[in-house]
Design a protein around this ligand. Structure first.
Ligand code: COA
Length: 144
């Protein structure tokens, strides 16, 4: 049985760790917008984002290991997740996504690069189903 993870609300002091996870070049390359982000730009975004919608820090035995965010966009809420490299491949992503869904209890969508096998497997394992394929992006949906 895997260890439980915990999710807590992100705080101002998480700014640099979220930058390290979200803005790592290999993570940006997998996102819908692969441009490199400077820390100062991230910091401005992070301060605003803390007030606008759920953002959780994922903790594994008390240590922060990743971030999950829900972004309302029009009628749809989008999820994004990034874990520290040494936290990947241990079931933490799947459990963090499930926890976010269970807390939110409304439909959630995810757009993923078709080639991001780890992310696709992770969302599928968390109960998301494939809804569309557009170019090299795939969209998944979860509903309560
Ligand atoms: C994508 C990410 C969140 C996945 O989290 P994770 O904790 O590594 O994934 P898990 O260990 O929970 O694995 C979930 C499933 O994916 C599978 N998986 C994990 N890594 C994989 C890989 N590299 N290739 C294929 N499948 C993989 C697991 O076998 C598991 O499937 P199962 O439940 O059927 O056994 C994490 O790897 C990450 O942060 N990556 C960088 C950022 C990123 O890609 N974010 C998503 C952008 S949409």
């Amino acid at each position: 049985m895997s260890e439980p993870i915990t999710m807590r609300d992100a705080r101002l002091e998480d700014c640099e760790r979220v930058f390290a996870w979200n803005c790592a070049p290999e993570v940006r390359a997998l996102s819908g917008d692969p441009r490199i982000i400077e820390l100062a730009d991230h910091t401005r975004w992070f301060q605003r984002r803390l007030r606008n919608g759920p953002m959780w820090i994922v903790e594994d035995r008390g240590a922060p290991v990743g971030v999950v965010r829900l972004d309302p966009g029009g009628d749809v809420t989008w999820i994004s997740i990034a874990l520290a490299p040494d936290a990947r491949g241990r079931g933490i992503g799947r459990r963090a996504i499930r926890a976010a869904c269970e807390t939110y209890q409304q439909p959630i969508h995810a757009t993923i690069r078709a080639t991001n096998a780890a992310s696709r497997a992770c969302f599928e394992a968390a109960g998301f189903t494939l809804t569309s394929v557009t170019g090299d992006l795939v969209t998944y949906r979860w509903s309560p």
